[in-house]
Write a new protein. Structure first.
Length: 255
């Protein structure tokens, strides 16, 4: 068969007589199609057919902890004086947090930045320095979300320059993620079973499982509602989803 295709592509029939150019091009195209079809066929007659399908699982959890970041700023010319004033403000905040029930290991106050402050002078067309800005961020982990209202109240009493929105999370994230993985496999198996039955085939065992990208997908922040009737705020977190997606390959057998 391949000999006949080669002869046709060269512009001769099997007897050696020349063919017109149009016939030669058609014959060459037919040979290319046959070649592609041959490559798509299994290389061995007994090769096992497979089916790859995606499955996903979602586990709804209620966040039980939160993280917030507090920012302080001081401006002036004397950097040593700025640092002294900043240390005093941060120390008072840490004392208030410890009193409110935050564990000392849940406080990180090591993020410091010093930035020159300047303005553009139109008359001289030059940047005029006006001192320095000292900034310091304090990260706070609220391990018990029920204390979030009291912690935010303690923070705002310290005259901080900025407080971030609470970033909610679930302490047993890995356990919930593993449950989502099991659900993803079950869903993939159910979908593959439907496809196999519709095609008159028998679904075989799993031969491969792959996870696209990072095994732990980023979680959206949980919703946070606040009741206005409480002095310190009653924060009630809504649900968040922990998701897992898998690509599962199954063997297929003829009935």
């Amino acid at each position: 068969m391949m000999t006949r295709c080669s002869q046709a592509a060269e512009g001769n029939d099997p007897s050696g007589s020349p063919k017109p150019a149009l016939v030669t091009r058609i014959a060459a195209s037919i040979c290319v199609v046959f070649t592609i079809l041959a490559l798509a066929m299994p290389s061995h007659a007994g090769e096992t057919a497979t089916l790859t399908i995606e499955g996903s699982g979602n586990v709804a959890v209620v966040p039980d902890q939160a993280d917030i970041t507090v920012s302080f700023e001081e401006r002036g010319w004397d950097v040593a004086d700025l640092e002294s004033r900043m240390d005093g403000r941060v120390d008072r905040l840490i004392a208030a947090l410890l009193k409110a029930g935050i564990d000392k290991n849940g406080i990180d106050s090591a993020h410091v930045r010093i930035t020159p402050v300047s303005r553009y002078d139109q008359a001289t067309r030059r940047q005029i320095q006006e001192g320095f800005e000292l900034g310091r961020n304090v990260s706070i982990n609220v391990a018990e979300i029920e204390k979030l209202g009291a912690i935010l109240a303690a923070v705002t009493e310290q005259q901080v320059n900025q407080v971030s929105s609470p970033r909610l999370s679930f302490s047993d994230h890995e356990g919930a993620y593993q449950r989502a993985l099991a659900m993803a496999v079950e869903q993939a198996q159910a979908r593959a079973g439907v496809i196999a039955e519709a095609g008159g085939l028998e679904l075989g065992p799993i031969v491969q499982i792959t996870t696209p990208g990072s095994p732990i997908r980023p979680m959206p922040e949980g919703r946070l509602a606040m009741a206005a009737t409480s002095d310190v705020g009653n924060y009630t977190p809504g649900e968040m989803l922990i998701s897992a997606t898998l690509s599962v390959t199954f063997a297929l057998h003829s009935d």
